[in-house]
Design a protein around this ligand. Structure first.
Ligand SMILES: Cc1cc2nc3c(=O)[nH]c(=O)nc-3n(C[C@H](O)[C@H](O)[C@H](O)COP(=O)(O)O)c2cc1C
Ligand code: SF4
Ligand code: SF4
Length: 570
């Protein structure tokens, strides 16, 4: 009875406990039910029925035994916003009896009590009614602060809104370990930077990023005298944290970027204002080289504190035979050499490579060989970029339109890890990039040898304020790992960052279940080795002869009812 979150929990509990028919009887229409679209879909997928616009008039008992309920169809007067008090019975409607074995009144609580005693402390639903967990925690923290002040005879803290908490608990340090790190001889207060992408596409974006706390950013890739083609609408959301795009360059010319850099370096002298550019690859080496060098010099004169070159645009380029520039070691080395010939020694150059290669060694070797020819000039690589993929979208041809898109975000992360694991510790400075969606992903980049980490998708998804969490998260993680600085973390996993295949443990464990925790959903019977069946009490039974110890079932059991144990000897 009732169609909110508590009723949904009840219904799900009933169906997972084995009820043969579960029905939510609700005053609201399907659309009005106070649940999200996904929650409603989940309930329907689980086989729960909704009976909307219906009220219960009576619960029918015979002695102590429940027999069922009487219901009546109801309606909401036209042009009225739903409120239970506005619901009226449908004209001429009659009561209908429905047999049920159990009726659960799942009515949410709202606080009706007014507590005026200043020595009563309460929070969560008691204070604010059923809100989110985050707000309940904030309310709890505020109550604790008031209680603490009271016990210490201090004046009560000023709390503007009980569902928000902006006060740091005393003794809690936001940054227990300082995040200062080195970027080619310049100290920056965090290793986290914004990569060349929409969040850095202009003065306004960079200013906003700096105000949010980012220590540096690479302005989106720009060129001069180029017909800009940005098929911006070809954005793909592969999943919640994995996106893909066709948006490789800024639609602002390099001249505008230079003017904006000039302003940013004056207004934010302590930040790392960097730029991204490139040049043509047409096969006319002299002509191409002149443009790469001219763009470099223009940005250096504008005051760019470092310059990145995208050699890894997922759609490839002219003169690359359809490949990505950085898939070709010889071409990559040639372009790097053009830039390094005229590079101002103290303006670092970053060459942005791709992870979409069979092996990164030949590319890194070619880069290193070239950079070693310029020992007095600062330079390194960005590893990597988006990963080239194919996306389908509805088109007018015989089949859907297939588009090459650069995949970014979480899906790229393990690819970037693998590439970095092979490239780190080889004497080339690395700025890590590609897929980090939290501080842990970024910490792994640093451990594999990156000196800084660049982000794009995380800032697009959560907003620029996410830098606060990234910095605080990394700082606490360093403390947890017993590391005293970012430099202690950089490269800590190298040189043997990857466990050799033959050194991986052979199978010596099997799955086992804890019947007390089991919720009897049966998901674990999908074991791909057919090693799990349910007994007559719906408790999993594991056939140790069939179980190969892959641990999939343990990782998938939402109730934590499965675990791995040493294989028993017979
Ligand atoms: C919409 C969009 C536009 C991008 N534009 C550029 C660009 O102009 N130049 C560039 O070098 N990289 C560009 N990138 C790639 C990002 O800088 C970054 O390398 C990539 O998204 C991987 O990092 P992430 O997983 O943190 O997003 C773009 C990425 C996105 C999502
Ligand atoms: S062990 Fe886990 S997955 Fe298997 S039936 Fe019980 S709750 Fe479901
Ligand atoms: S560990 Fe793997 S093989 Fe063994 S029961 Fe679980 S899913 Fe099946």
């Amino acid at each position: 009875v009732v169609g909110g979150a508590i009723a949904a929990d009840m219904a799900l509990t009933a169906i997972t406990r084995g009820a043969v028919h579960v029905e939510m009887i609700v005053l609201e229409s399907y659309l009005e039910m106070p649940l999200t679209k996904d929650e409603k879909k989940h309930l329907l997928d689980m086989g729960i029925h909704f009976t909307n616009r219906t009220r219960i008039t009576k619960i029918a008992n015979e002695g102590d035994t429940l027999k069922g309920i009487y219901t009546k169809p109801v309606m909401l007067p036209q042009d009225t916003k739903f409120h239970p008090s506005l619901i009226v019975d449908e004209p001429l409607s009659t009561e209908q009896f429905r047999a049920f074995d159990m009726v659960v009144l799942a009515v949410g609580n709202r606080p009706g009590i007014k507590i005026t005693d200043s020595s009563a402390f309460f929070c969560g639903d008691m204070a604010n009614g059923p809100t989110t967990v985050v707000e309940a925690v904030a309310a709890g923290k505020n109550a604790a602060l008031r209680l603490h002040a009271k016990l210490n005879n201090q004046s009560a803290p000023q709390i503007d809104k009980s569902t928000k908490s902006h006060t740091a608990i005393s003794g809690w340090k936001k940054h227990p370990v300082a995040l200062d790190t080195d970027f080619f001889g310049r100290t920056i207060s965090s290793p986290f930077l914004l990569s060349a992408a929409p969040p850095t596409d202009g003065y306004e974006q960079m200013k906003k990023a700096y105000e949010a706390g980012w220590v540096g950013g690479i302005m989106k890739t720009a060129f001069d005298n180029l017909d800009i083609h940005i098929p911006g609408e070809y954005m793909f959301v592969f999943d919640d944290k994995t996106w893909a795009n066709c948006d490789n360059v800024s639609d602002h010319p390099l001249d505008r970027v230079c003017e904006e850099i000039g302003r940013l370096v004056v207004e934010f002298p302590d930040r790392l204002t960097m730029a991204s550019t490139g040049g043509p690859v047409t096969g006319d080496d002299e002509g191409d080289k002149a443009v790469w060098q001219a763009n470099t010099q223009k940005l250096e004169q504008a005051g760019a504190m470092a310059i990145e070159y995208s050699l890894s645009c997922p759609q490839g380029g002219d003169g690359t035979h359809g490949d990505i520039v950085a898939q070709d070691a010889v071409l990559t080395a040639k372009i790097i050499d053009w830039v390094m010939q005229i590079s101002k020694p103290d303006v670092p150059k970053l060459f942005k490579l791709t992870g979409a290669v069979t092996a990164i060694y030949p590319i890194i070797s070619a880069v290193k060989e070239t950079l070693d020819r310029y020992p007095d000039k600062k330079a390194g690589i960005t590893l990597a970029n988006t990963f080239p993929t194919l996306g389908f979208r509805e088109g007018s041809g015989k089949w859907d339109e297939a588009v090459i898109v650069g995949m970014s975000g979480e899906g790229v992360l393990p690819i970037s890890y693998l590439t970095l694991s092979r490239a780190g510790g080889r004497g080339v400075e690395i700025s890590g990039n590609g897929g980090a969606m939290d501080y842990l992903g970024a910490a792994n980049f640093l451990a594999l040898g990156a000196g800084t980490v660049q982000f794009c998708t995380i800032a697009e998804k959560y907003g620029l304020g996410i830098i606060d969490e990234l910095n605080s998260g990394l700082s606490h993680y360093l403390e947890y790992k017993g590391l005293k600085s970012v430099s202690e973390l950089i490269g800590i996993a190298q040189p043997n960052s990857v466990t050799d295949f033959m050194d991986l443990h052979a199978q010596d464990k099997v799955s086992a279940s804890d019947p007390d925790l089991c919720e009897h959903c049966g998901n674990c019977t999908r074991c791909p080795y057919l090693a799990i069946s349910l007994d007559d009490k719906k408790i999993p039974v594991i056939d140790e002869d069939k179980c190969v110890g892959c641990s999939l079932c343990v990782q998938k059991c939402f109730a934590g009812a499965l675990y791995m144990k040493p294989k028993s000897t017979k």
